[in-house]
Design a protein around this ligand. Structure first.
Ligand code: ADP
Ligand code: TZD
Ligand code: MG
Length: 592
């Protein structure tokens, strides 16, 4: 501890509100967060925020300490998605701040509300670059990676700073906000009554945005004109918590729909209009695509290319709260700029009793395709291959989630992600949380912890062995807080596959390969949780059932055939090597 840090740290007696007529930066910050409904802080302690965590806990906030800021930040981001309130992550300066910054950028990219609060060195020293302990111009570094960034220099401004952070995170398109807290701010004192009067309770931070009547009429006309319409539900629709209205709209329109990864369960994946199992067919054949809280970004091939059929064959309708999203990739014939609830309600009000659902030719054709593909898949899931492939293991996990539909599925990896997404049905809204817009590894434990903490529901975390490695130390956090999380590590000995070889013939393993037959279950045992080594679907099924019914922290090391995975999972076409291979193939054909 530095001398200035000691000076800034107040006597522990000051946690007793009755004995105070002065308040300080620590307590004003805590009071401002509490006044705005914050209940949980995800953090890693250290100078200058150690006492902030202690005082926050003393004042009734739940303060969860992680082993690495990145996981604490991912948990805060996930909390934002699940609760529609900003998740709060708290870190120390420079390195702790940078560790949390990836999560802040991830939250912003995913349009989730989150606030990263980082302690920082004094501005005077930072700006003259005089070499303070963990010195860094954090505000400048954070700014390009988030929606807004603020620094508070005076205790009397804490109320305004927190209010601005909360409103910025939530209003319009949600995102990450950075709040810079110099250590000296926390130690500032002021009159308690004046301090209390300076706090702001944010009123209506995410006001309803109604689409104009012209926009609604235009959208109804385009949708009614479609012969082969398709809805794509995105995680913006899941975030919006307009579940009943979205369901009513989809069913009233009678359009087949495709849920994006985290929109799965908004309507159950087993719903008669769900077209997930006919994805290629509907993307190719639809003449009108109605995007509800989904962007035409890389995850949808930017709305063009082979998977989308003939160029120019589609008309797009889009609901989004962010006006600049419209026309970002494809021309949008009928934009509805507003929040999901208001836009869907306006559409429902505008489509009269004379609404014509699409023809049976289209919807019947889609459901026949779905049924055929679901049947094909179910025979693949009933296999007892030894070692297990992804189908064998996931058939069991699909049943576990169907039996307990309140379980939240956290998921990451490459094959472990793509196969789980396509095999495991989700039955309720916001019950799946994964790698998001960036396809980022290492979010699994933060996502799982936030899911358990924020909802109280059991969590099943399906993790590639590589993905788990980015955040695995958080099993200690899970055990420490005794969270109802069952982790299944799909252990195929490596990234994508575990059977690659070093082509130089040298003794180093190939770059994508890990220690073979590692026992991840023992990591959980090291901290008092339950570890299971599962080599068959039966063993896996029993262990998952026991974990979900007991709520005991559990890690199941599921042994997967090292040859079972595909390079890069479903996104091999994004690998530059696939372009080189195609060019070589064409050159060979040309030469022959
Ligand atoms: P996915 O990856 O599931 O396709 P995206 O993250 O690409 O979803 O898109 C989510 C979209 O939802 C973003 O463009 C965001 O602006 C929008 N959005 C977020 N919240 C709301 C809301 N309450 N109302 C309308 N649109 C929203
Ligand atoms: N680093 C980060 C932060 N995000 C990434 N997406 C990657 C690296 C690259 N990457 C992927 O895109 S998937 C993956 C990596 C390292 C791991 C895949 O291996 P896995 O899953 O064991 O998690 P499977 O089942 O073996 O495919
Ligand atoms: Mg793997």
């Amino acid at each position: 501890m530095t001398p200035s840090d000691t000076a800034a740290t107040l006597d522990a007696e000051s946690t007793d509100p009755a004995s105070r007529d002065l308040t300080d930066g620590f307590h004003l910050l805590i009071d401002a967060l509490k006044l705005n409904g914050v209940e949980t802080i995800y953090n890693v302690p250290g100078i200058p925020i150690t006492d902030l965590g202690r005082y926050a806990q003393a004042e009734g906030l739940r303060v969860l300490s992680f082993r690495h800021e990145q996981s604490a930040g991912y948990a805060a981001a996930a909390a934002g998605f699940l609760t529609k309130k900003p998740g709060i992550c708290m870190t120390v300066s420079a390195p702790g701040f940078l560790n949390g910054l990836t999560a802040l950028a991830h939250a912003t990219t995913n349009c989730w509300p989150m606030i990263l609060i980082s302690g920082s060195s004094e501005r005077e020293v930072v700006d003259l670059q005089q070499g303070d302990y963990e010195e860094m111009d954090q505000l400048a570094i954070a700014r390009p990676h988030c929606k807004a960034a603020y620094r508070i220099l005076h205790a009397r401004d804490i109320g305004v700073g927190v209010a601005r952070a909360i409103r910025s995170a939530l209003t319009g398109r949600p995102g990450g906000v950075y709040l810079d807290i110099p250590g000296a701010l926390l130690g500032q004192v002021m009159d308690e009554a004046e301090g209390a009067a300076s706090l702001i309770k944010v009123v209506d931070p995410a006001p309803a945005h109604f689409p104009g009547p012209d926009a609604v009429a235009r959208a109804v006309e385009v949708l009614q004109g479609a012969k082969k319409p398709l809805i794509i539900l995105g995680k913006g629709a899941a975030y919006a918590q307009a579940d009943e209205t979205v369901k009513r709209l989809v069913e009233t329109l009678g359009f087949p729909y495709l849920p994006m990864s985290m929109a799965k369960g908004l309507l159950p994946d087993t719903h008669p209009l769900c077209a997930s199992a006919a994805r290629s067919m509907v993307l190719k054949e639809a003449d009108c695509v109605f995007l509800i809280g989904a962007r035409l970004n890389w995850l949808l091939g930017h709305g063009k290319g082979k998977q989308w059929g003939e160029p120019g064959s589609k008309t797009f309708v889009q609901i989004d709260i962010e006006p600049k999203e419209i026309d970002s990739n494809q021309p949008i014939a009928a934009p509805l700029v507003g929040d999901i609830e208001s836009c869907c309600t306006a559409l429902l009000d505008a489509i009269g009793d004379d609404w014509q659902k699409p023809s049976e030719d289209w919807t019947g054709g889609v459901s026949t395709k779905v049924k055929g593909n679901v049947e094909k898949m179910s025979s693949q899931l009933r296999n007892n291959s030894n070692p297990m492939n992804y189908y064998a293991a996931l058939g069991v996990l699909k049943k576990a989630i169907a039996d307990r539909p309140d379980t939240i599925l956290a998921n990451e990896g490459a094959n472990a992600l793509d196969m789980t997404r396509s095999i495991v049905d989700i039955h309720k809204p916001r019950k799946r949380i994964d790698v998001g817009t960036w396809g980022i590894m290492g979010v699994g434990m933060g996502n799982a912890i936030a899911a358990a903490v924020e909802t109280g529901c059991p969590v099943l975390a399906v993790e590639g062995d590589s993905a788990f490695g980015f955040c695995g130390m958080e099993v200690e956090t899970i055990c420490r807080y005794n969270l109802p999380i069952c982790i299944v590590v799909m252990n195929n000995n490596g990234i994508y596959r575990g059977d690659d070889v070093n082509k130089s013939g040298g003794s180093d393993p190939a770059p994508t390969v890990f220690v073979p037959d590692a026992r991840y279950d023992r990591m959980m045992e090291a901290f008092g949780g339950h570890g299971v080594h599962a080599t068959t679907p039966d063993e896996l099924g029993r262990a998952v059932e026991e974990a979900l019914s007991s709520g005991r922290p559990t890690l199941i090391n599921a042994v997967i055939d090292p040859k079972a995975g595909k390079e890069s999972g479903n996104i091999g076409s994004l690998n530059p090597q696939s372009v080189v291979a195609k060019m070589r193939e064409q050159a060979k054909i040309g030469a022959a």
